[in-house]
Design a binder for this molecule. Sequence first.
Ligand code: ADP
Ligand code: MG
Ligand code: MG
Length: 255
Amino acid sequence: MSTLEIKDLYAHVETKEGIKPILKGVNLTVNSDETHAIMGPNGSGKSTLAYTLAGHPKYVVDGGEVLLDGQDILKMTPDERAKAGLFLAMQYPVEVPGVSMTNFLRTAKTEIDGKAPSIRTWARELSEAMKRLKMDPKFATRSVNEGFSGGEKKRAEVLQLELLKPKFAILDETDSGLDVDALRIVSEGVNRAKEANKFGILMVTHYTRILKYIKPDIVHVFADGHFVKTGGPELADELEENGYDQYLPEGADSE
Ligand code: ADP
Ligand code: MG
Ligand code: MG
């Protein structure tokens, strides 16, 4: 069992107008057999939390710690964090022209495991995982995310999740831009990966529909840079019903 602990985390971003504090005292503990849903209004800092955990250089940590099995990951490079078992599926995945999916995945796998996977096992694992995700085999030779549709990018991320086998996965709006069929395929992929290889999930979402497929154990409301409420799955239903207005500062709107 692994544990990810976020303790009193503060972070800002540098904008043209100056320093913008975004994370304002984030506290969270996730065990590697739990699924946590992080829900909240747009602009509250959910993606910033995901990027800060992954070590994106734009987000500057001002205080707090993030411990993965007791080790402070904030002191690690993004590569080292991935090696330690952290996986981030971004809300807006980047395109990597000139690097094929196959090479990218194999390099990432080699980096994370500290040794290259055996070619035959790897080729089989890759093609089976792609088949399950209903991805055309020709995606293997295409450049990472280049010209992929929204749904194809999300599938490519779940493919990474299945193959890289992290300890903790942060899924930032994996549901956005997916039609019902794609949402089901992607969700089944996440559930299958979790079944095959237990890991903790931090699932960032603005809407409740993905929670019908990937069942959270714990639901949090994130507003204005920190968690303001925690509950069980029923909290998601309550949010679906009442929206986020009650968690917003006076006069603000949730969209
Ligand atoms: P969420 O994912 O909850 O919608 P974000 O983390 O994307 O929220 O953004 C939180 C706030 O920080 C927003 O006001 C957003 O405009 C701002 N922000 C986030 N990243 C940057 C950035 N790189 N440069 C400038 N502002 C940013
Ligand atoms: Mg947003
Ligand atoms: Mg976001």
